[in-house]
Write a protein that binds this ligand. Sequence first.
Ligand SMILES: Cc1ncc(COP(=O)(O)O)c(C=O)c1O
Length: 417
Amino acid sequence: MSELTVSRLLASVTESAPQAIDALAKKYRGEGRPVIAFGAGEPDFDTPAFITEAAKAAIDDPHNHHYSGPSGLPELREAVAEYTTAYAGSVFTANEVAIANGGKQAIYNALSAILNPGDEVLLPAPYWTSYPEQVKLAGGITVPVSTDVDSEYKTTVADLEHARTNRTTALIFTSPSNPTGAVYSEDEIRRIGEWAAEHRIWVISDEIYHDFVYEESRFVSISRFLPREQLIIVNGLAKSHVLTGWRLGWIVSTASVIDAVKNFQSHTTGNVSNISQRAALAAIRHGQDFPEQMRNVFDRRRRIAYELIRTFDKVRVSNPRGAFYVFPDVRALLDGTLRHGGEPVTTSLQLSRLLLEEIDVAVVPGEAFGAPGHLRFSYALDDAALVEGLERIRDFLAARSHPAGYAAVSSSASRIV
Ligand SMILES: Cc1ncc(COP(=O)(O)O)c(C=O)c1O
């Protein structure tokens, strides 16, 4: 009898690396190790009380105890349309909105709604770890478009045009970016939007970090430069209102995409929990000022992180102007000088292992984002831990990558190691 196995498709899907690192960091912490984790992709704040109170009231209301429509509560779709109109600068209506089980599911459902087998999706790299897996699950083929620290991790029309073929169906565009923190300027976005419009390419604009931009950067939605029939906005309140665990996101697009997503959700998940939808409604109606409070805290930590990482030996880093991540280029550290368990460290995956095992610092390796030779630091952790974790790495690198200079820094490094 032949052995029963999981499908080839699902066997080819890998675990989300940030979630895996986070789990390992939590396990080590549980064992009593002083782990400092830069892996989390979520704010380290609590969901605000006015949202949890709305959810408690929703639990007691029998209207919320039953199935509701698969594309979301009408009031919430209306509120999301108004919310998107306000921040994105174009007018949207409720029938252009579908509520999904998190931004993650929103992206997958959007891809499922527009891709046919073999369709190509352009994906500027470094990219958020789930995009290529979702493209594959939806039957598409990811075409990564590389960027690097010198271009501040931003793609250009020339790069996109180079990667375009007659199978190119969509572009996934993320500004501010996870993992790099890059924020495109209005001009850069206009050029990309006009290029996509000219070539009739769908743009999935992931706007989940739109509230988190710093310094002179401004959030601009690519929707302003695209015809409606090519636009899919994905967003949610996970990051802006600390609803990561509540699982609520959405798609804003043409009625045909929204209908397709509604039908898809009607057979796969049904409605998102009514309690989470009511919580989201409260967040949108009463929480306009909340993201700004977090943004101020993140901005302070961002400056601390950027300034400290710049002092790391052999590391290059661009100023992250959005989201809550820094993405240093560590390729110069991977020449084999560093060793782990006697083996030379030549990949960022090995480097992240070394840092976790030897100095109890968890970071996500660039391999997870299509950018080997980099590390992602989330600065969604408190200031003291942020500084201590980064100083551990700085001292460790100084001690290890310059054995001759070891004596000078060994006292602080050995205290840490
Ligand atoms: C770029 C990006 N898009 C979408 C999401 C999905 O967020 P959620 O599914 O929690 O709404 C994340 C979460 O990390 C993200 O970083």
